[in-house]
Design a protein around this ligand. Structure first.
Ligand SMILES: [Zn+2]
Length: 351
């Protein structure tokens, strides 16, 4: 059943899932609406490139999830974060041949969009999303495009983000008569949506290419090189990162004072040592060397996240844009969010 749609889900996931400039670690997610009630959406903790027609996703009742968010009464004093998370998990439709996995923490906003959805954390879109006045910048960069966009100011992911997106979509439709197919989320990333898989892929490419062209980013994204350096130790040979850290006057607090987006907290922060050892990620600024004390899977996730972070910070600096970071209360929310703790716990295990 749904053979074609599930092949399309694999196709849109592969189209972005193999490029660390578009997604890092287990970040990003995709979905396809299979009929009037069922949606296949990436499972939490899986990587986009791991999605096939039989793996890496779960089927949920998206009408129920959509209705929940559309009709929730915020005047009632309830723990909506917890409730909505439980609601989404309870909306999983057991499907033959599929493992009973947890849906992505972002399944809420997938349920309110068009048939196909690609959500990524591209370093290009995140130059805009992690800049102050990013909305105005996006307006300038995309002013000649037929497709419009909506901008979601930073808001806690999950329940609140879905509500904010519902509001912005409704306003946009009222003003233009069209469904917004491109969504920029401040301090987070990009969402594109379309009624066909190919249109969704083309749109995703066009948005990132347009940003690259605007900023004259002609070079290719740095290639990740990670090599074993003993039992449970990996060394980064990614030249871009070595060059960045060599001779740089930073301490570990640099990462805590410069939080660009939630995945940085989930995969990186709290595990970094600068000019000392004993953490999962150890940086020596005298040589630029980076060592990981963990398994290969987690080392790669951390290296991808580190490279994405440094690349965005450096690209924003080179373009003389003012950086927009997350606030203390915003980062506290992520650190304490059960859904992210769950996702984090899957990084270092093989499920
Ligand atoms: Zn995301």
């Amino acid at each position: 059943m749904f053979t074609q749609q599930l092949r399309d889900l694999e196709k849109i996931s592969q189209a972005v899932g193999n490029s660390p400039d578009l997604v890092q670690g287990g970040g990003g997610n995709t979905s396809v609406k299979l009929d009037d009630t069922r949606m296949a959406v990436k499972a939490s903790g899986f990587k986009l490139k791991e999605i096939t027609p039989t793996e890496g996703y779960v089927v949920v009742n998206y009408q129920n999830i959509r209705n929940y968010h559309q009709n929730v009464d915020l005047s009632e004093n309830r723990d909506f974060e917890k409730e909505s998370g439980e609601f989404v998990r309870a909306s999983v439709i057991p499907t033959e041949g599929l493992k009973p996995l947890r849906p992505s923490v972002e399944a809420g906003f997938h349920s309110i969009l068009l048939k196909y959805v690609i959500h990524t954390h591209p370093v290009y879109a995140n130059m805009i999303c992690c800049s102050q006045n990013g909305k105005e910048l996006a307006g300038e960069i995309f002013k000649t495009k037929d497709y419009g966009f909506i901008w979601i100011p930073y808001i806690n992911p999950g329940f609140m983000l879905t509500l904010a997106m519902l509001r912005e979509i409704s306003d946009y439709r009222q003003n233009t008569g069209k469904f917004p197919q491109v969504i920029f989320m401040e301090n987070h990333g990009l969402v594109v949506t379309a009624d066909s898989a190919d249109e969704c892929i083309v749109l995703h490419e066009d948005v990132n290419r347009t940003i690259r062209e605007y900023f004259h980013m002609d070079g290719s994204f740095p290639r990740i090189q990670l090599e074993p350096a003993g039992e449970g130790v990996f060394r980064s040979n990614t030249q871009y990162l070595k060059d960045f850290f060599k001779g740089r006057d930073i301490t570990a607090s640099f990462f805590d004072n410069t939080v660009l987006y939630p995945d940085q907290l989930v995969y990186l922060n709290g595990n970094i040592a600068v000019n000392s050892t004993g953490q999962k990620l150890n940086i020596d600024t005298s040589t630029g060397e980076i060592y990981y004390n963990t398994n290969e899977k987690e080392a790669l996730t951390m290296e991808e996240t580190l490279l994405g972070f440094v690349y965005v910070v450096e690209s924003i600096r080179k373009s003389s844009l003012p950086l927009k970071t997350m606030s203390q209360s915003e980062t506290d929310f992520i650190r304490n969010w059960e859904s992210e703790k769950y996702r984090k716990s899957l990084v270092s295990t093989n499920r």
